[in-house]
Unconditional design. Structure first.
Length: 82
């Protein structure tokens, strides 16, 4: 199943603040995620949004809604679950 990825405004701001190397790594992992939810993906309990993608020390927090993945935030792991 192929998913479409959409970004919330905060996620776009987070992505622009990252170094070019980190943003390229995250972009390639998001492409894998788009194909079949591949990658280091975990469902989060008692936390919104409900899913996270781990890319090294960075976390992509997203919500799965049918065939759409809504990226809410892209943050460092030390700030991800506050």
């Amino acid at each position: 199943m192929r998913y479409t990825i959409e970004f919330r405004p905060k996620a776009l701001r987070d992505l622009k603040r990252l170094s070019p190397e980190v943003s390229r790594r995250i972009g390639s992992k998001l492409q894998l995620l788009r194909e079949e939810m591949n990658g280091d993906v975990k469902r989060l309990t008692n936390f919104s949004p409900g899913w996270r993608l781990r890319v090294g020390d960075w976390r992509v927090l997203f919500q799965a809604e049918g065939t759409r993945l809504m990226v809410h935030r892209i943050v460092h792991r030390s700030e991800a679950y506050e």
